[in-house]
Write a protein that binds this ligand. Structure first.
Ligand code: ASP
Length: 608
């Protein structure tokens, strides 16, 4: 309870028939004052002759004492009362007798000696015990989310969320930004996910798409001359959900004109540093390190590296240059690589190695090799006699390993090796408790590849989105080479995109945009759209670019993720008032649900 309300908020005007004060504000200074309070019964204790109620409202809790000998009426009402009934109390604030103060309550120095208690509404026994912190399954808590949201620690999260959003709004307004709302019923924006569609009643067979982001709208605001735009919109993406992905989420959407990467980066940094300080009181380590995409991949095996621990990935191919170990030989001869992570002062058991191998497998690794260095030249290794003593010692040297350490190794194609070790790195940090607690480690990742080949779609796709500007020199090289598709010139091309990463979580991404209509149309062509498709899907946008477009760029940090990190919540859904499950259902309302035949008919829809 200590620290609630989180920012010492004041209640503002209140109706004096119900209350003269709010529960959480009463202190020893109020002793002797006659007060009225209203709220929920948080807790009740019957001591025989005296009943103690703990009364709760949004501002906290306070103890109400109903003494039969002093106020029989109040005592009688309190005898009937149960948890979560809504009551109004009249009484006098009194200091608690010495030794009976409760240091866990902000109001713990006082109690209210009740003179009158009015029952405003009775309550059935709630399925969740409000005064206990929630350990129940989310599926149960979310069915009764309105009850769970009564819990002080949950209320605190939403008050912090409000503060965060407020800080962000003030920050942008103080810097010349204007908040512009953009439509929810719109046209598909290609952010790489599936759209949520809304059928038109008036124009059967036509559909609106809910925005995956306001990307094109915010760029149109730049064309319209607003120069510095922001918005805190809901975005909708109908994709396969997993932890920290929700079908609808909130982002801070920012766009600025006449800017380069540096402007967006410093703007975002200033905001985050200020925000974290304001909300948590903690400083953030600055400057934020910056890695290019390939630097991050090479060192950490991830484009969202967690910097709360080190465990870098190191290339040990050199040690096996002359190896006769068939698997390694084959991998090196076909252009693959052998990389490793150094585990200082620990040697995993067989069972642990099996678990780590599963983690590495998430990145595609087929196996996990390891060497444990014992005293002197002695080693243990799954590779056993396939590896020469010399090779084992070379690895030890490259990794700067000591006796008692272990080295975990993955060999194969470079991307698979790096991604596998990236997964392993996170798993090792968790298992060996290497994550520095209570810190905010932020970094930028820049220079992402412009395109990638999507196995599922069987074609080239944008790594960020199709409005991202490519590296100018590489773009020109590709044009000069005759625009070869399926070439290293295309797949090696870098973009002017950047991501911001907090404690291993990508909390936002953005880019410098294309402002040349010809280049924009060319990108759509690379992505496999025909002239017809470009016209019907993005004609309005390519046209708009023709009427004088300033150079511009932006970013979109995820609000739910920021709230999660700053409140220490387990996942983003817990930071949303009425969240949906991983199956995109709302357990409280039952959405999505069937609609009537009449509604379908009106929309011209027949279910298959
Ligand atoms: N529209 C992008 C997104 O939602 C962010 C951006 O490029 O500004 O991820």
């Amino acid at each position: 309870m200590t620290g609630f309300p989180p920012f010492g908020e004041k209640p503002g005007p209140i109706n004096r028939n119900y209350r003269t004060h709010v529960c959480g504000e009463l202190r020893a200074d109020h002793a002797g004052e006659k007060v009225r309070l209203s709220g929920w019964v948080h807790h009740r204790r019957d001591m025989g002759g005296v009943i103690f109620l703990v009364l709760r409202d949004r501002w906290g809790i306070v103890q109400v004492t109903c003494d039969q000998s002093i106020s029989p009426d109040a005592y009688e009402a309190a005898s009937e009362i149960k948890n979560e009934w809504v009551i109004a109390v009249r009484g006098t604030v009194a200091r608690r007798p010495a030794g009976l103060e409760n240091p866990d309550m902000l109001t713990g120095e006082v109690e209210i000696k009740a003179s009158k208690i009015t029952i405003l509404t009775r309550a059935e026994t709630p399925p969740l015990v409000i005064e206990q912190e929630g350990a129940e399954e989310a599926s149960f808590r979310w069915k009764y989310r309105y009850l769970e949201m009564r819990r002080p620690e949950v209320q605190r999260r939403f008050i912090v969320r409000d503060r965060i959003i407020n800080f962000i709004r003030d920050f942008h307004h103080a810097r010349g930004f204007v908040e512009i709302e953009t439509p929810i019923l719109g046209k598909s924006t290609p952010e790489g996910a599936r759209d949520y569609l809304v059928p038109s009643r008036i124009d059967h067979g036509n559909f609106y798409a809910l925005p995956q982001s306001p990307q094109m709208y915010k760029q149109l605001c730049m064309i319209a001359g607003y120069d510095k735009y922001f918005q805190i919109p809901k975005c909708f993406r109908d994709e396969d959900l997993r932890a920290n992905r929700a079908p609808e989420f909130t982002q801070l959407d920012v766009e600025m004109s006449f800017v380069e990467e540096e402007d967006i980066i410093s703007h975002t940094e200033e905001m985050l540093i200020g925000l974290i300080k304001e909300i948590t009181g903690k400083p953030v380590e600055t400057p934020f390190p910056r890695y290019t995409y390939w630097e991050a991949m090479e060192r950490y095996g991830s484009d969202k590296p967690d910097l709360r621990f080190d465990l870098p990935i190191i290339d040990i191919s050199e040690a096996f240059k002359k190896t006769e170990f068939k698997i390694f030989r084959g991998i090196l001869d076909s252009g693959g690589t052998i990389r490793a992570i150094h585990l200082a002062g620990a040697q995993p058991s067989r069972k642990e190695i099996d678990d780590f191998q599963k983690e590495a497998g998430k990145g595609g690794a087929k196996g996990l090799a390891w060497i444990a260095y014992e005293e002197g030249e002695k080693i243990r290794s799954a590779m056993g006699k396939h590896m020469s003593e010399d090779e084992a010692q070379k690895v030890k040297q490259i990794m700067k390993a000591d006796d008692g350490d272990a080295v975990l190794i993955v060999a194969g194609k470079k991307r698979i090796v790096l991604e596998s070790l990236g997964y392993l790195r996170n798993a090792l940090a968790k298992f060996y408790d290497l994550v520095e607690p209570g810190v905010f480690k932020i970094c930028w990742v820049t220079d992402f590849p412009m395109f990638e080949y999507s196995e599922t779609e069987g074609k080239v796709v944008s790594q960020h989105h199709p409005f991202t500007q490519p590296n100018a020199e590489q773009w020109q090289e590709w044009i000069d080479a005759g625009k070869p598709m399926d070439s290293d010139l295309l797949y090696g091309m870098l973009s002017r995109a950047y991501d911001i990463v907090l404690n291993g979580d990508e909390i936002g991404g953005g880019s410098i945009r294309i402002h040349d209509p010809g280049q924009q149309a060319e990108i759509f062509r690379i992505l496999g759209l025909s002239e017809e498709q470009i016209k019907s899907m993005f004609g309005f946008f390519v046209d708009a670019l023709k009427y004088g477009t300033p150079p511009h760029g932006g970013i979109a940090p995820g609000i739910d993720r920021i709230v999660m990190h700053l409140t220490g919540a387990e996942n983003i859904a817990e930071c949303m008032a009425f969240p949906k499950t991983l199956k995109a259902t709302d357990l409280m309302t039952g959405a999505p649900s069937e609609v009537s035949d009449a509604q379908l008919k009106e929309l011209g829809i027949k279910l298959r």
